[in-house]
Ligand binder design. Structure first.
Ligand SMILES: Cc1cc2nc3c(=O)[nH]c(=O)nc-3n(C[C@H](O)[C@H](O)[C@H](O)COP(=O)(O)O)c2cc1C
Length: 352
């Protein structure tokens, strides 16, 4: 058992041994990765933001086959089929749901009635306050160095700000990979850490070797934030595609976005009506511009090219800057044991 300092309120609330969350990552946080995390003592979130309801249902059932530990599910409240995904989450009794953009009161109320914890991710203190008003039980505060869609405030500033702003437990995210980081987050007043990129580079992650290699090769300076993928700030490993997008004409970007939208429609089987209502809902609740909405399908399609099809030069590789510090691909169990061991050592060092 870890020391009492490392057995935080998060462990008790989520029913996990260690205060470490594996965050959802589209195409990456598969049932195998989630179960690997949960069986090793962490708490994993299944990625369903790019799934059709049937796929989400099958994936949730698969997690339950692979682990008897509690786990969470991530989705977008405005994605096509969101209502059915909420039903699956409730029916299967997942422990928690995570979401970020456009929280919908109707779905949050359903989770609360079913005793499912609501754990949104935010990138700004004011968003944390709003999320708590809407019913969040725990807040994940992700600093700007974090992977995927991200804000501009670094974790070292955002985390204490959010801890101060809300009266629910806060988990730090963005840039974590080690036990020292876990101890630092606890010192800021967090109850644990959440990691994406670090779990992307584990043995249980489905990421093809050619794509993983790009993450290993990147330094902390090779992971810029770009708005050219889907119009929103997204931190990614710089590659051929990102350079191409950044030098494309408006017409070139529009044609690519339309191609992605068609592919997205084929991939999800969503009707034009579903896609339009999802786009309208995004535009309204996330205050997105028309061009951001048009580009929205780029992200899932281009991420799939790298993460599933294994063609990193032609796809998008969302990543935290922390990839510049990661050099190995341990199993989830090795990773979590190592982090807890390092945290124990850091605590002993601090106690002198
Ligand atoms: C490949 C990848 C895909 C991601 N996909 C999602 C997603 O589908 N939903 C989501 O809420 N966050 C997503 N994120 C953000 C992560 O869940 C997490 O918040 C972030 O990676 C934390 O920062 P770190 O990478 O520095 O640990 C993604 C991040 C990465 C690296």
């Amino acid at each position: 058992m870890p020391s009492a300092v490392l057995t935080t309120a998060l462990c008790e609330t989520l029913g996990c041994r260690y205060p470490v969350i594996q965050t959802a990552m589209g195409w990456v946080a598969t049932p195998e990765l989630v179960a690997g995390t949960c069986n090793a003592g962490g708490f994993g979130f299944l990625a369903c933001a790019t799934s059709r309801p049937e796929q989400a249902e099958a994936d949730i059932a698969r997690v339950k086959q692979l682990t008897d530990r509690p786990f969470g599910v991530n989705f977008l409240m405005e994605q096509p089929g969101a209502a059915e995904i909420v039903e699956s989450i409730v029916r299967h009794g997942a422990k928690a749901a995570s979401y970020s953009r456009s929280p919908k009161k109707e779905y949050i109320d359903k989770f609360k009635q079913a005793g499912i914890l609501c754990i949104p991710t935010v990138g700004a203190a004011r968003h944390a306050e709003k999320a708590v008003q809407l019913g969040a039980d725990i807040i994940v505060a992700q600093g700007g160095e974090g992977g995927g869609h991200t804000g501009s405030v670094p974790t070292s500033l955002l985390l204490p700000q959010v801890v101060q702003a809300v009266d629910v437990p806060v988990v730090g995210a963005g840039g974590f990979h080690s036990g020292d980081g876990l101890v630092a987050a606890l010192a800021y007043g967090a109850v644990g850490i959440a990691m994406g990129t670090r779990f992307l580079l584990t043995a249980e992650s489905p990421v093809p070797a050619a794509t993983a290699q790009r993450y290993f090769a990147a330094t902390v300076n090779d992971v810029p934030v770009t708005t050219e993928v889907d119009g929103m700030p997204q931190r990614v490993v710089r590659n051929e595609l990102v350079s191409e997008l950044e030098s494309s004409s408006q017409l070139g970007l529009l044609l690519r976005a339309l191609r992605s939208a068609l592919e997205y429609r084929k991939m999800t089987g969503a009707s034009i009506f579903e896609l339009l209502s999802s786009a309208l809902s995004m535009q309204k609740s996330d205050k997105l511009s028309r061009s951001q909405v048009i580009m929205a399908a780029n992200a899932p399609i281009l991420i799939r090219r790298a993460m599933v099809e294994g063609v990193p030069a032609e796809g998008v590789l969302p990543s935290g800057q922390v990839t510049g510090l990661i050099e190995d691909q341990p199993t989830c169990e090795e990773l979590l044991e190592r982090i807890i061991g390092e945290a124990e050592e850091a605590l002993a060092r601090l106690r002198g």
